[in-house]
Every structure is written in structure tokens, then in C-alpha cells.
Design a protein around this ligand. Structure first.
Ligand code: NAG
Ligand code: NAG
Ligand code: NAG
Ligand code: NAG
Length: 211
């Protein structure tokens, strides 16, 4: 079965299921078909949740009902998958930037997917203007040449600037070489830079569940 056909079947099934709740239209009981079915249902329910949540929120303003959050990320944070990202404009060194992220219950960005990398460099380009480099939570300060994220996990998927042969541990910025990493929204790739350089940062934390 083609994925398209599978999704179409799932959509139809969900739409029919809305009209006739007891209807069970999973003639094809393969796990793939069931997963596609649930995925579509989940997407519809999320949309429905958001709609009701917004209605509740505006109504709650007019009475004494306690407020609730309708979004998964705090205001001003960018949501990518199940993660929230915040790009600052304040320029600090790597460790101070890491501390600032901790202050808001977050950590410097750990970009483990292309989607996350693309989303934050795009946002950097959108808001950054002249300043295009943002700290992410990657460094080899603890053990030279071994790149680790701030949660100590080993770097797997990377988006180094390969045209510039990054990471190059260039000592022109200082005798200690380059142990910390920025995402450069201009070249849409990563550079290693000295940890005491001053850059704005990208903080990250997990999105809170919808309900
Ligand atoms: C809340 O109150 C304002 C002012 O009384 C009113 O205009 C608005 O329609 C109310 N909102 C809801 C959702 O009832
Ligand atoms: C909504 O989310 C914000 C940011 O995560 C949090 O500070 C606030 O306490 C939440 N409010 C409620 C009512 O849950
Ligand atoms: C980076 O440069 C520093 C200073 O020259 C050196 O101590 C370090 O071993 C270099 N790291 C790598 C991975 O080459
Ligand atoms: C280091 O950076 C300087 C200044 O940007 C540059 O001229 C030099 O070619 C770089 N060295 C390497 C090995 O990339």
C-alpha cells in the first residue's frame, strides 16, 4: 500500500468516525494502518484541543476560572517538534550564556535533528540582523576533539561548515584554540569559536504536554 493511499484511508476513516462514533473502519489491521489512523486522529484532536482551549481562555478572562496555557511553548519561544527554543539578543561568553539558559529552566540548544537546526538558523536570520552567530550547547572543552552537548551526550548529527573545514580549532582568536560552537545563520552552518567570545544564545527546553 502506498503511504498516500494509507493516509487517505485513515483520513476518511477518522471523518466517518466523527459522524458515527461506533464505526470501526479498520478492516486493514496492519500496525502501519493503525498508526496512520491514530496519527490523523491525534492531529485532529490537537487542533480541536487548541480551539477549545482558546475559547476557554477568552471566557476565563471574563470570570474567575483559573487560567490555562493553550500553547506548548512559553510566549516568544519557537516550537520545533516537542522542543521550545529562545534566541536572545544579549551577547555573553559561552559559560555565562549557559548560565542564563539555566536561569529560565532551560539549557543551551542541543540540535539533534536537521529540522531543529534549520528552524533555529532561520529564526536567527529572521531576527538577527547584523549578528548572525548564536551559541549552541556544544563544546570540546572537557576533552579536546571530542564534541559533546551540554547534557554530556556525544555529537551524532552535525551541521559544521564543511566548506570552511569547520571545526578548525583556529588559534587566530586566542592561543587556546576553539572549544565552543555557534550556529551561523548567514552560512546556515556551525563554526567552532573561542569560548570567551561574546555572542547571543539559543536556549532550549522541552515543550510542556498539551493537556
Ligand atoms: C468578555 O467580556 C467582554 C466585555 O464585557 C465582552 O465584550 C466579550 O465578548 C466577553 N468574552 C466572552 C468570550 O464572553
Ligand atoms: C503557562 O506556561 C508558563 C511558561 O511555561 C508558566 O510560567 C505558567 O505558570 C503557565 N501557566 C499556567 C496557568 O499553567
Ligand atoms: C586546539 O588548539 C589547542 C591550542 O593550540 C590545542 O591545545 C588543542 O589540542 C587543539 N585541539 C585539537 C582538537 O586539535
Ligand atoms: C584562521 O583564521 C584566520 C583569520 O580569520 C585565517 O586567516 C586563517 O586562514 C585561519 N586558519 C585556518 C587554518 O583556517
Amino acid at each position: 500500500m502506498s503511504p498516500l493511499k494509507g493516509n487517505l484511508g485513515a483520513v476518511l476513516c477518522v471523518l466517518l468516525g466523527l459522524l458515527v462514533p461506533e464505526l470501526s473502519c479498520q478492516a486493514d489491521k496492519s500496525p502501519e494502518a493503525e498508526a496512520a489512523f491514530l496519527k490523523v486522529r491525534l492531529a485532529l484532536m490537537k487542533n480541536h484541543y487548541r480551539l477549545l482551549c482558546n475559547q476557554f481562555a477568552s471566557l476565563a478572562l471574563n470570570c474567575s476560572a483559573p487560567p490555562i496555557n493553550c500553547t506548548e511553548c512559553p510566549d516568544g519561544w519557537l516550537q520545533v517538534e516537542d522542543q521550545c527554543f529562545l534566541l536572545s539578543s544579549e551577547k555573553l561568553d559561552f559559560s555565562s550564556s549557559a548560565g542564563k539558559c539555566k536561569d529560565v529552566g532551560a539549557h543551551l540548544a542541543i540540535l539533534t535533528t536537521r529540522e531543529q537546526h534549520v528552524a533555529v538558523e532561520k529564526e536567527g536570520r529572521r531576527i538577527g540582523g547584523f549578528y548572525t552567530n548564536y551559541w549552541i550547547g556544544l563544546s570540546d572543552a572537557e576533552s579536546e576533539g571530542e564534541w559533546r552537548w551540554v547534557d554530556k551526550s556525544v555529537l551524532k548529527t552535525s551541521f559544521w561548515n564543511v566548506h570552511k573545514s569547520e571545526p578548525d580549532n583556529n588559534t587566530s582568536g586566542g592561543p587556546d584554540g576553539e572549544d565552543c560552537v555557534v550556529v551561523d545563520s548567514y552560512t546556515q552552518s556551525w563554526y567552532d569559536v573561542p569560548c570567551d567570545f561574546l555572542y547571543p544564545r539559543i536556549c532550549q527546553k522541552a515543550a510542556s504536554p498539551l493537556v
